[in-house]
Design a protein around this ligand. Structure first.
Ligand SMILES: Cc1ncc(COP(=O)(O)O)c(C=O)c1O
Length: 473
């Protein structure tokens, strides 16, 4: 287990004094007076970077990304701006591939396309020879366009159309995961029309009682309730279905391997039962994703190697071990992006300090939302306190509930939001705030992969409005 650990070198005690004096004699407003008596804490802000992913450092108190000072990005691109590290993306791919191949030498690592659609980002994973996992026709086309060949593409999604199935089967896709008997029947029919046998996995769900799987109740077929065996028997009896494997995905983003271990053990028992009672042997087990960002995981004292061991060991059989397929999204990209953002307003409300920033939840969505806010300019010693950090939009959504930042942070200062590569740019919208520029860093060289002019074009096409990000039209 990775044990570098994570220790705060300071502690906070917040004491709020409520003064409830005799209501009859005290002025009415006293009732609402709450004084924050938080002790001033000193903290070495720059030393936070000891725990950061290695592409993020403080040098002379200034935050640097792959060695480039952040104020340069702010000058060139304004705020907000999101910056991806090509090196970190490649290093995350290496880490997860090496971890799983230690236990399962042919393990397939498939980039969960939903996590980020940007072609230049996906292209890094093409070069790393990863497979792609897609959940719709749109994602299939985007992945193909980024360079993932069909025979290295895995098809998910629980409501496929006949046209989609025809398209992906025609392309000799690596695996198509079926989610229901109706789904399976369509795949069988199209495969029959094409005169082929479709390589199929069946998506199962370990237990509807498990809260992780209950929230995603529409996905998969429950093992305990008997739905899984029903669909597997149906698949076995269809002439154009090659029943190659099982698929499962843990919907939460785990920082510890416990849930994945339990799921793998459940899958092992189910596979053994199917082998004994139905004489079914699987060549593939697709265990999906569900890992947190690498940065968050390692700060919890775990590594992807711990996950790989806990997943692969239970699925190692003495005579016939299936090839593992892993579909990471968050792990690959979450900690490889940072957003630089400016403070629009500062306030105290009900004893809580707030910073309102120009990077909105229109992109930094609360799902999965483990953002971490740090100052662009750190220092050897700062007085720090807790801030709620959110955007200026009229919703209660948070970016970070309790960020620890210098108490001198004020309107106009620049902050950095870590952990924002996953499910942000791909699901972002021009809602309230416009989308914003995205930069890819490659060994310190910048490439604009989504620029201010693209944002302007989108707004013009969709709403007929001229718009510039700096508001100077
Ligand atoms: C089937 C499937 N595979 C992989 C993923 C990627 O998950 P994560 O981002 O947790 O790695 C998802 C995400 O929801 C998914 O639904």
């Amino acid at each position: 287990m990775f044990t570098s650990g994570f220790t705060f070198t300071f502690t906070f005690t917040f004491t709020f004094k409520f003064t409830f004096t005799d209501r009859a004699t005290s002025p009415k407003r006293d009732r609402y007076l709450m004084t924050s008596t938080e002790p001033v804490q000193q903290k070495n802000i720059s030393s936070d970077a000891d725990l950061f992913p290695d592409w993020i450092t403080y040098q002379n108190d200034m935050l640097h990304l792959e060695g480039v000072a952040c104020d340069r990005f702010v000058r060139e691109f304004g705020t907000p701006v999101t910056i991806f590290s090509g090196n970190r993306l490649a290093s995350n791919a290496d880490a997860i591939r090496n971890a799983f191949r230690t236990y399962n030498p042919d393990a397939v690592i498939a980039y969960a396309y939903k996590v980020c659609y940007l072609r230049e980002i996906a292209n890094i994973f093409v070069k790393q020879n990863l497979y792609a996992e897609v959940m719709s026709r749109l994602e299939y086309d985007l992945a193909a366009n980024a360079g993932f060949p069909p025979e290295q593409t895995i098809i998910n999604g629980i409501g496929k159309t006949e046209q989609e199935i025809r398209r992906v089967l025609g392309g000799n896709t690596f695996l198509i995961n079926a989610d229901s008997i109706s789904d399976l029947k369509q795949v069988n029919q199209v495969a029959s029309d094409l005169g082929i046998c479709a390589r199929v996995g069946i998506r199962v769900s370990p237990s509807a009682d498990d809260p992780t799987f209950r929230i995603a109740g529409k996905l998969g077929s429950d093992i305990d309730a008997g739905d899984a065996i029903r669909i597997i028997r149906a698949a076995r009896d269809m002439p154009h279905i090659d029943l190659a494997g099982l698929h499962v995905h843990s919907y939460s983003r785990e920082t510890t391997p416990e849930l994945h271990r339990q799921v793998s053990e459940k899958m092992r028992d189910f596979i053994s039962e199917l082998s004994d009672s139905e004489d079914i042997l699987f060549r593939l087990v697709d265990i999906g994703g569900g890992f947190s960002s690498r940065y968050t995981m390692e700060r919890q004292g775990y590594s992807i190697e711990d996950f790989a061991r806990n997943i692969a060991v239970p699925l190692t059989f003495p005579d016939h071990s299936p090839r593992l397929v892993v579909e990471p999204g968050t792990f690959l990209v979450c900690d490889a992006a940072i957003t630089l953002t400016r403070v629009l307003a500062e306030k105290t409300n009900a004893g809580k300090k707030w910073l309102i920033i120009d990077a909105g939840t229109n992109v930094l969505s609360p799902f999965p939302g483990n953002y971490e806010v740090h100052p662009m300019i750190g220092s050897a010693s700062s007085s720090v306190c807790h801030f709620g950090v959110s955007d200026g939009l009229c919703t209660p959504l948070m970016i970070q509930e309790e960020a620890v930042l210098p108490d001198t942070i004020k309107q106009g200062d620049v902050l950095a939001v870590l952990n924002c590569g996953a499910y942000t740019i791909s699901s972002g919208a021009n809602w309230g705030y416009p989308l914003w520029p995205v930069i890819l860093l490659n060994d310190g060289q910048t490439e604009v992969i989504f620029g201010a002019e693209h944002v302007a074009k989108l707004i013009k096409i969709m709403y007929g409005q001229n718009h510039t990000l700096r508001g100077d039209h």
